[in-house]
Design a protein around this ligand. Sequence first.
Ligand SMILES: Nc1ncnc2c1ncn2[C@@H]1O[C@H](COP(=O)(O)OP(=O)(O)OP(=O)(O)O)[C@@H](O)[C@H]1O
Length: 280
Amino acid sequence: MLKVESLSYKIGNRTIINGVTISLRRGELLAITGANGAGKSTLISLLNGEKTAASGKIMLDGKSVQDYEPEELARKRATLSQHNAVNMAFSVEEIVMMGRYPYFTGKAREADQIAVSEAISVCGLTTFAERSYLKLSGGEQQRVQLARILAQLWDQPGGLLLLDEPIAGLDLLYQQQTLAIAKALTRKGFMVIAVLHELNLAAQYADRILMLKDGRRWKDGSPAEVLTALDIYSVFGLETEVVMSTKTLTPYIIAKEIRLAADEFNSMIVKEIPVKSQVI
Ligand SMILES: Nc1ncnc2c1ncn2[C@@H]1O[C@H](COP(=O)(O)OP(=O)(O)OP(=O)(O)O)[C@@H](O)[C@H]1O
């Protein structure tokens, strides 16, 4: 179980995350959503230990994350980040094997090889295994990174997967496939937290949604509780129509088209921005 209590984070005088509380049980998928700059990635960085909170507590399976040995934590918690800088020509298999580094020193064991090959196949990458990571498309690289973190927690049901925009840049099939994998993992007992901008996919796959606004919890609950037209307008400033699917009982969001008349468009252009002249 993950228990996050009153987490706050500041940069200078600005509070980026303000008293966020999360409670997540094994087998649950929580989607975090909110406008650009709301603090979603910062919250993921606090949860994965990349950033340190100014105040608050993060408890994983009854123990503060600060009290874990780094390797023990790496076997319980894995993160798919938005930015994965790889500069060397590793193969797909080698990148996925990096997920197993917390388990061995020197030579990978048979269990590590199995975890890597199974994670690769779940992510539909079997035919890519030998290819150079650097020569893959952005979406393909994203799938390799997903396979890497799956390999990391492969034999650790109950582990926590933190996914920061896991479907950004993926095609229609792999968006669904990625969230289906996340959902299937929750059925095995994993906990998943995924930052998602696509509200309809969040409604389709998440058990709960945490909506953030300006670093604070705006609302937390089932997709039907959180994704109301009023809440979406309050958080994103966008008018939508929310239709309830009678089959799945999940909300479906249809954004109202924003039509800009010529004069409205022109009024958005700020004229006479002072341009710094170059002194030669
Ligand atoms: N290093 C930094 N210095 C100053 N401000 C920062 C820094 N990193 C993040 N911020 C600010 O913190 C706020 C939250 O950023 P964060 O990346 O967490 O937002 P987000 O909700 O993930 O946004 P997006 O949907 O655009 O990815 C933003 O206003 C951002 O400008």
